[in-house]
Write a protein that binds this ligand. Structure first.
Ligand code: ZN
Length: 50
């Protein structure tokens, strides 16, 4: 496979922060979406105004 399918949570992070999630310094996981909270304190659901 030559094409890399990007999971939605990664795609969201890329749109939000302009870099891949593995380039972001993560902290704890969000208890709601189970995504690790990044250096800005955001997770996948945090920016969606849950
Ligand atoms: Zn979350």
């Amino acid at each position: 496979m030559t094409k890399r399918k990007i999971p939605i949570e990664i795609d969201v992070h890329f749109k939000l922060f302009g870099k891949e999630p593995w380039e972001v310094i993560y902290g704890d996981r969000c208890v709601i979406c189970n995504t690790r909270i990044d250096e800005y304190g955001f997770c996948s659901c945090g920016s969606d105004g849950d």
